[in-house]
Design a protein around this ligand. Structure first.
Ligand SMILES: Cc1cc2nc3c(=O)[nH]c(=O)nc-3n(C[C@H](O)[C@H](O)[C@H](O)COP(=O)(O)OP(=O)(O)OC[C@H]3O[C@@H](n4cnc5c(N)ncnc54)[C@H](O)[C@@H]3O)c2cc1C
Length: 313
């Protein structure tokens, strides 16, 4: 069996890409990566299980239709039976198109390896992470988009060859005029730890203590939607149903009420810590640890404790 993994070259060193290749390797059989856009370090994907990387270097700023055609061409050329994406914005736009084009069943947002005894099915999150579902596909060819942080990347192999691949994808229908990369050293979707704050912080001038706690923990910063809407924080930090969906190991929510639309983007986090003055705040129902108290008292003390702990370990 051959499994094809799509990687955008911009993400060639992203944890989510290593997870997708590791996942494909665990399916058994050969793993081939199809990448769009040039990058120096694509051969590193071999360490996670890829036997080779095919790359269409001309596709630096490809649109969803072009990527769909590229992956379809690579699937035909390699005879891949399974195609794996990391479940990001590109996958959400491309995987359904590819599903129609290849007449291949799609499992969107898988969180585990498939069950293959008597069929092919995968566990997925449903209702914004409030429940699990099992999705079975019956087509010969299958597409899986894997939710980030569902499995640990495993680097056991060696660098692999990288070969040019021409997908004959045609012209783009979308013109990219500007690309803005999020600031901050840790990209939010990649972060293992996230410190997030909401309207309870009263104003942008109070974010210093959030950033200090994040720095002490080696965490990324995030925020609720109104905070980004008012302009206290940049939009790329907004998490939730209409923002970035994240699944870090640790999510600390400070002065955020825990509205359903916010929870939809964060309730896959492994451990949730909530700090809120209101003991009735809905977020406490989703929390593993909760502190009822004033963020302005709690957060500096927490930061101090983290720094002390780090200094002594
Ligand atoms: C279609 C739609 C989509 C949406 N998408 C999103 C989304 O993606 N992400 C998102 O976040 N929201 C989203 N929202 C908005 C969402 O419904 C909530 O309004 C929003 O999440 C509330 O933000 P908040 O918790 O920061 O503010 P608030 O609801 O005002 O809550 C502030 C919290 O801070 C606490 N607090 C106050 N002072 C302190 C203090 N000193 N110390 C500690 N705690 C304190 C309060 O008790 C309160 O719980 C969406 C809404 C709609 C209708």
């Amino acid at each position: 069996m051959t499994t094809l993994v799509y990687i955008n070259s911009d993400h060639s060193h992203a944890k989510a890409s290593f997870e997708a290749v590791t996942y494909a390797k665990k399916l058994g059989g050969e793993v081939i990566v199809i990448a769009s856009g040039d990058a120096a370090d694509l051969n590193k994907l071999g360490e996670y299980g890829a036997s080779k990387v095919l790359v269409d270097k001309s596709l630096a700023a490809a649109d969803a239709q072009q990527i769909t055609r590229l992956v379809a061409a690579a699937a035909e050329a390699t005879g891949a039976e399974v195609i794996v994406f990391s479940h990001d914005l590109v996958a959400k736009a491309v995987a359904p198109r590819l599903s129609v084009r290849l007449k291949a069943g799609l499992i969107s947002g898988a969180i585990a390896l498939p069950q293959t005894d008597g069929g092919f099915s995968c566990k997925v999150n449903v209702f914004s992470g409030k429940a699990f579902g099992i999705v079975a596909v019956k087509t010969d060819r299958k597409i899986i988009s894997l939710l980030p942080n569902s499995i640990q990347p495993e680097a056991a192999g060696a660098a692999c060859p990288v070969e040019d691949f021409n997908g004959n994808v045609g012209a783009a229908t979308v013109k990219v005029t500007e690309t803005k990369k999020p600031e901050g050293s840790i990209p939010l979707p990649e972060a293992e730890r996230v410190v997030s704050a909401g309207r309870g912080l009263k104003g942008p001038e109070n974010w210093g203590m959030v950033e200090e706690l994040a720095e002490a923990l080696g965490a990324a910063t995030a925020c609720s939607r109104p905070v980004a809407d008012i302009g206290w924080r940049p939009h790329h930090e907004h998490v939730g149903q209409t923002g970035v969906a994240i699944r870090p190991n640790l999510y600390i929510a400070i002065g955020i009420s825990g509205a359903i639309q916010h929870l939809a983007g964060v309730n896959g986090s492994k451990v949730i810590v909530v700090v809120n003055t209101d003991p009735e705040a809905p977020f406490f129902k989703a929390a593993d640890y909760g502190v009822v108290g004033d963020a302005f008292e709690i957060i500096p003390k927490l930061t101090e404790a983290v720094k002390k702990f780090r200094a002594s370990h």
